[in-house]
Write a protein that binds this ligand. Structure first.
Ligand SMILES: NC(=O)c1ccc[n+]([C@@H]2O[C@H](COP(=O)([O-])OP(=O)(O)OC[C@H]3O[C@@H](n4cnc5c(N)ncnc54)[C@H](OP(=O)(O)O)[C@@H]3O)[C@@H](O)[C@H]2O)c1
Length: 251
């Protein structure tokens, strides 16, 4: 299949490499910054372009993988009637693509430029406005992953919100832990085994059933000591209070 990537960021990079490894042909990479398009195009043996007007019209699939807020405006400028156009966003409805033959190809993972991703276990949520294209996307997704699911735009958005809690917020909480440790000249390494064990437990159990800590124990004196310790950082105090209450509520 001839594929064109619109975007050269984290997802375009890792998805492009995975598709290439699966034997697909990436023919062009578009990105507004020519140097970014060129960097990825080089890895994929593709041509780099920074103008939509230079897009080839003979590809089988156009994957838009730019920041969410730019997807609709890119799609609006495409003149590709009947060509299959998809985006890779969790929270963008499919219909912003506003064309006859559209879909979504949303890989549920946290991507970075440096770390190559093994897509084998990465859930890929697909959607399309027609059964033929849904089959095409399903076949392509199955070449990469054993976990392909068909979701509508609302289900996909819920999956994305869950992912924000599980990944983005957890990582931010790790960053808060780092900040607190550093305030007492303590090394972040001290807490890495705890993070690893927490993630390992979530692989084997449902997280709500293995919750630990002062909130679930209702250790009121300890909870108050922690809030006192955070008194000079009211936003952290607020996060601590909200999360402790949420732990109790989800019991
Ligand atoms: N990151 C993840 O873990 C992840 C996971 C699943 C799905 N997604 C989704 O995949 C999509 C891409 O995310 P990403 O993390 O790969 O983004 P990213 O690394 O931040 O890359 C953003 C891309 O968007 C382009 N861009 C930025 N502003 C633009 C504009 N106004 N017009 C056209 N292009 C513009 C950038 O081009 P230049 O660099 O040339 O400026 C770049 O190619 C998003 O829809 C995101 O929700 C992300």
């Amino acid at each position: 299949m001839k594929i064109i990537l619109l975007g050269s960021g984290r997802v375009a990079t890792q998805l492009g490499l995975a598709l290439q490894n699966a034997g697909e042909e990436i023919v062009q990479v578009y990105s507004p910054t020519q140097a970014h398009a060129a960097d990825l195009a080089k890895k994929l043996n593709a041509a780099a372009i920074s103008s939509i007007s230079a897009l080839r019209k003979d590809a089988d699939l156009y994957i838009i993988s730019v920041k969410d807020d730019a997807i609709a405006s890119i799609a609006k400028n495409l003149d590709l009637p009947n060509k299959l156009i998809v985006h890779t966003s969790g929270s963008t409805p499919m219909d912003v693509l506003a064309s006859a033959n559209i879909g979504v190809f949303y890989p549920l993972q946290t991507f970075s430029f440096e770390k190559e991703v093994d897509f084998k276990d990465v859930p890929i949520a697909i959607e399309s406005n027609n059964p033929e294209s849904l089959n095409v996307l399903s076949g392509l997704a199955q070449q990469l992953s054993s976990r392909v699911i068909k979701l509508d735009s609302k289900q996909r958005m819920t999956l994305h919100v869950a992912a924000v809690f599980a990944c983005n917020f957890s990582n931010h909480l790790f960053a808060i832990a780092q900040h607190l440790l550093e305030s007492q000249q303590l090394d972040f390494d001290l807490i890495r085994p705890l993070i690893a064990e927490t993630a390992a437990k979530a692989q084997q159990h449902l997280p709500a059933t293995v919750q630990t800590g002062p909130a679930i124990r209702k250790d009121e004196i300890t909870l108050q000591k922690h809030l006192d310790l955070l008194k000079n950082e009211p936003h952290l105090q607020e996060i601590y209070r909200l999360l402790s209450q949420s732990i109790v509520n989800l019991r």
